[in-house]
Design a protein around this ligand. Structure first.
Ligand code: ADP
Length: 483
């Protein structure tokens, strides 16, 4: 993290009302590859967190009432600054989160794309005129900013999870208070620094870094506030449920992007090489730590053995190490708890009869060897719980109906992938899978232009695309009579 450009982006205090504010205590941000301390970040007291909500409330009327092109221009300037600083941001990201630098660069560009997209969409928050119900009247719909919003984000995409909430909120005319993950506050603070430089007005975008205990307290404050009208959360289903309950008394609007358990289905007629390419991406990006990572590989009997062989060979060749080392493809897991969970899934599967084709062990502090398991069955932990690590669990199936039943046997409904070249089968399967996003013959599905989000216990609400803006807009119906 030592380059000058990266250090220039570093923020170690809360960003409230356009100013950096010393906190009442501090916590360490750790490099997950070396376990060294990267920075000590000061966290705001609860009174300061309340001051951030107050600042967002004060900033709202001016921001909301500006012509859309002004908000658009400021977002565009923020995008330009993110792009101008993309290498420094990518280095900061790898330092605090661990992913390989090439992936970090990709995330910064992906994250920036949301700012560019919503800078453009800001100018298209249009209303409707509805054919009138009576001669003397006209009926209209206004689309207005929801108001003060709150966002709570996870550590696995410290740039993109922030921009895809903040950019649409700002585009719609909302102000927002962000509580980033305790493991990765530095990217969020760097984004705030660039937003300040871009000229985004004081109070419109506030960032409250906090350790895990203070995060819980700040979460409670944001949920209980009657000023905060909307909470957008990305994280675990467990915390999502808790936040929904905490928001019930104030009847807040919510967007919940929660855990996934993606099935990755390969049918007999699939292009095996393409399926293997997709499998590597769907499984090992970010060391398996994404909510859209494949958690179950369902392979039809005709291709099963060849798929297991191919995936095992490719997996065994992966280079694991610190994200900033050249050539590394799989970085560390975020912390010891993550390693312990992944090892528990491997051990449980092994004990219940799965075969370890490659990997299966930890490798130095913080790393798990990329692992392939075959003979996985639905009763194993890995077939039911989100693993969030570099472990491919393979199950065999015979019929299409069996694959769909297996794939849908999950509380989660975020992403699913399948490979087939039969057009009829493609439609049938796509329509029957109970998931919010389906990759068909591809594992690359996330873009700023499309609606990202889940169904079932993976949550609700969409991020990115024109649908993503709807989260931050309220409809107001006007009935004008006496005309
Ligand atoms: P993960 O298991 O991936 O770390 P979490 O759901 O625990 O996911 O964390 C996602 C985000 O939610 C982080 O910013 C974290 O600080 C925050 N968080 C966790 N627990 C709470 C809580 N009780 N109230 C508010 N925020 C929370």
């Amino acid at each position: 993290m030592s380059t000058e450009a990266t250090l220039a982006l570093l923020g170690t205090q809360a960003f409230i009302d356009g100013r950096w504010q010393p906190g009442d205590s501090a916590f360490d941000v750790i490099n997950p590859a070396s376990r060294e301390r990267l920075a000590s970040v000061e966290q705001p007291s609860l009174a300061q967190a309340q001051a951030a909500i107050d600042a967002a409330e004060r900033a709202l009327p001016d921001w909301r009432d500006r012509p859309a092109h002004e908000r658009s221009a400021l977002l565009r300037r923020w995008f330009d600054l993110i792009i101008a600083n993309q290498e420094a941001l990518a280095r900061l990201l790898t330092s605090e989160q661990g992913k390989p630098l090439a992936e970090a660069r990709g995330e910064v560009r992906y994250g920036a794309a949301f700012v560019e997209w919503f800078a453009e969409e800001a100018r298209r928050v249009e209303g409707d005129i509805i054919p009138s119900a009576g001669r003397d009247r006209r009926t209209l719909v206004l689309r207005q900013a929801v108001g003060v919003c709150a966002a709570i984000t996870p550590w696995n995409f410290p740039v993109a999870m922030v921009t895809r909430k903040i950019a649409p909120a700002l585009a719609a005319g909302c102000s927002i208070v962000l509580k980033p993950a305790e493991q990765t506050p530095l990217c969020a603070l760097a984004l705030a620094r660039l937003a300040l430089e871009a000229g985004i007005p004081a109070g419109v975008f506030n960032v409250l870094p906090a350790d895990s205990a203070r995060s819980v307290e700040i979460g409670r404050l944001l949920c209980a506030s009657t000023v905060v009208r909307h909470l957008s959360f990305t994280g675990s289903t467990e915390v999502g449920r808790l936040l929904m309950a905490q928001c019930a008394p104030t009847v807040k609007r919510l967007a919940m992007e929660l855990g996934g358990h993606a099935p990755f289905i390969v049918f007999n007629d699939a292009d095996l090489e393409a399926a293997l390419d997709g499998a590597m991406l769907a499984k090992y990006r970010n060391a398996g730590q994404t909510c859209v990572c494949a958690n179950r590989f369902l392979i039809q009997a005709g291709l099963h053995d060849a798929f297991v062989r191919g995936l095992t060979e490719r997996t065994a060749r992966l280079i694991t190490g610190a994200g900033y080392e050249p050539g590394v493809q799989v970085g560390p897991l975020i912390d010891d708890a993550a390693v312990a969970k992944v090892m528990r899934h491997i051990e449980d599967a092994r004990q219940m009869g799965a075969r370890i084709e490659t990997g299966g062990k930890t490798s130095g502090t913080g790393f798990v060897q990329p692992t392939v398991l075959s003979g996985v069955t639905p009763d194993m932990l890995i077939a039911r719980e989100e693993t969030f690590g570099p472990v491919a669990a393979i199950m065999k199936f015979e019929t299409v109906e069996e694959a769909i039943a297996l794939a849908n046997a999950s509380e989660s409904g975020l992403a699913a992938y399948f490979y087939s070249r039969d057009l009829g089968q493609v439609w049938q399967v796509a329509e029957k899978l109970e998931y919010g996003m389906i990759g068909i013959n591809t594992a690359a599905i996330s873009y700023e232009t499309v609606p990202f989000g889940g169904i079932k216990q993976s949550g609700f609400g969409r991020e990115g695309s024109r649908y993503g803006l709807e989260e931050y807009v309220s409809l107001k119906y006007l009935c004008m009579a006496g005309l």
